[in-house]
Design a protein around this ligand. Structure first.
Ligand SMILES: [Zn+2]
Length: 215
């Protein structure tokens, strides 16, 4: 990718994931070009790439819009991650060394003590990513990263924050305990339950806001 295009992709992705635009908001190419400081060609290419990631919707008539977040989309994301994340975990366990476990313990400790939602979310992301990366399955890790970005977007948009923190921390502790015991099935099973918990948290927030099941 040309430099200007990768800059445009990274900046625009960050803006969308940070909730700078509302769902369905129209994305004007010249405004974006001014804001990001590149010409229109890289913006057009960036919109194509982000459409492939599910963050942008392109249509001939309406142009580019920030993709809406529906309960159905969230359901599909969780159906995929509840299959693939436990799988990556169970492959990873044999390859996880002491250093990775120590780093995960530190992140677990940080999450138990921070009051800052953004810090919690990035520590949580890294806690799980350390495990997935140990699987040495590059395609799986890329796919998981992409889906996690979309999940985090729901978290931010619905200000779900971190939900039932105590339950999530207990699940992290269980994942760590199974990991230390070399119990790959245990790590996979606690990861699956952990995903169910965050899916429930998000659904409650979305339904509480009266969003339709299809949109
Ligand atoms: Zn977690």
């Amino acid at each position: 990718l040309a430099n200007a295009t990768s800059h445009a992709v990274a900046t625009l992705r960050e803006l969308i994931l940070a909730g700078e635009f509302s769902a369905n908001e129209r994305l004007n190419q010249s405004e974006l070009a001014d804001r990001i400081g590149v010409s229109r060609i890289p913006i057009r290419d960036a919109l194509q790439i982000l459409a492939g990631e599910g963050l942008v919707e392109l249509s001939e008539r309406a142009g580019a819009r920030v993709a809406d977040l529906s309960v159905d989309d969230l359901q599909e994301i969780y159906e995929i991650v509840e299959t693939i994340e436990p799988l990556a975990c169970s492959i990873a366990v044999a390859g996880v060394g002491r250093l990775t476990i120590l780093k995960m313990q530190e992140l677990h400790h940080l999450m138990e003590h921070t009051q800052d939602d953004d810090e919690w979310l990035s520590a949580n992301h890294e806690f799980h990513a350390l495990l997935y990366r140990s699987s040495n399955r590059d395609r799986m890790v890329t796919l998981i990263d992409n889906l996690r970005m979309q999940k985090d977007r729901y978290m931010r948009l619905y200000r779900a924050g971190v939900g039932d923190v105590e339950k999530l921390h207990e699940e992290h502790a269980q994942i760590l305990a199974a990991l230390k015991a070399g119990d790959s099935q245990g790590v996979a099973e606690w990861t699956r339950r952990h995903l169910e918990t965050s899916h429930d948290v998000l659904l409650r927030h979305m339904l509480g806001m009266g969003r339709a099941a299809t949109s």
